[in-house]
Design a binder for this molecule. Structure first.
Ligand SMILES: [Fe+2]
Ligand SMILES: [Fe+2]
Length: 247
């Protein structure tokens, strides 16, 4: 049974969303002006993972420095690249100290809009989704995907706002990975994330990254709008590297 949808009464906000910054140790000040610009045109910024290239401490510090130019509230999730050095907690800690709310089990409400987010995981879409069958490593892999979907569902359920936004790194639908080689679709996301989103009627937008050559706009099976906010995708579609979405 879905949660009931009420007529929105509170004012809409402008959400900026960007993912796949892939900040390296050579990226000092690369995004400072961009974040200042975003603060001028949006009410909230969502970061969709792969914020650093390898999850190095210095990379996170360089990004944190630039984020200080962003004077609006910032929420975000990490991506697979932020895990590469084996210290995602350290990346999260540095970004948190720069004012970013890293989403996970805990959702937040900003300007009457709820924000729930997880990194998500891979595993494929629709009939192509990997099932928990056979060898233990396959079951562990599918468990990781289910765990992310469960966290997202719990966070969305905790939000009693009229509208909310789901922030992900991996794609919840195949729509927004179109453009990538078909062979790698199963590594770009999984439908279990969309299943969690579609249990609710109050999800006004879903933003994700990870599929650098994907498609900007799509939708979940029940119609929640999905935006691939990998900066390369948004740049190609909108002529600027960040999405602007009325929520
Ligand atoms: Fe990426
Ligand atoms: Fe990624």
């Amino acid at each position: 049974m879905s949660e009931s949808r009420e007529t929105p009464t509170s004012q809409k906000i402008t959400l900026a969303a960007i993912g796949d910054l892939h900040v390296t140790e050579a990226s000092e000040h690369r995004y400072r002006d961009l974040f200042a610009e975003i603060a001028e045109v949006a009410d909230v910024l969502a970061l969709c993972g792969d914020l650093t290239n390898f999850g190095k401490t210095r990379e996170a510090e360089i990004l944190a420095e630039d984020l200080r130019a962003c004077t609006i509230p910032i929420v975000g999730v990490l991506g697979n690249h932020d895990y590469e050095c084996g210290q995602p907690e350290e990346v999260a800690r540095i970004l948190h100290a720069a004012g970013v709310t890293i989403l996970g089990e805990q959702a937040v409400i900003i300007h009457d809009v709820g924000f729930a987010g997880v990194k998500g995981f891979l595993g494929g879409f629709g009939r192509g989704e990997l099932g928990a069958f056979g060898e233990p490593p396959i079951k562990a892999f599918v468990d990781a995907a289910l765990d992310e979907a469960r966290k997202l569902e719990n966070a969305l359920r905790s939000l009693k706002t009229e509208r909310c936004v789901a922030v992900l790194h991996y794609a919840p639908v195949a729509d927004t990975v179109v453009g990538e080689p078909l062979e790698i679709y199963p590594f770009l996301g999984c439908s279990r994330l969309a299943d969690a989103i579609d249990r609710f009627d109050h999800v006004a937008a879903v933003v994700h990254g990870h599929a650098h050559r994907g498609t900007y706009r799509g939708a979940t099976p029940r119609g929640a709008p999905v935006y691939n906010c990998a900066q390369m995708v948004v740049e190609a579609a909108e002529g600027r590297p960040y999405a602007l979405i009325e929520v």
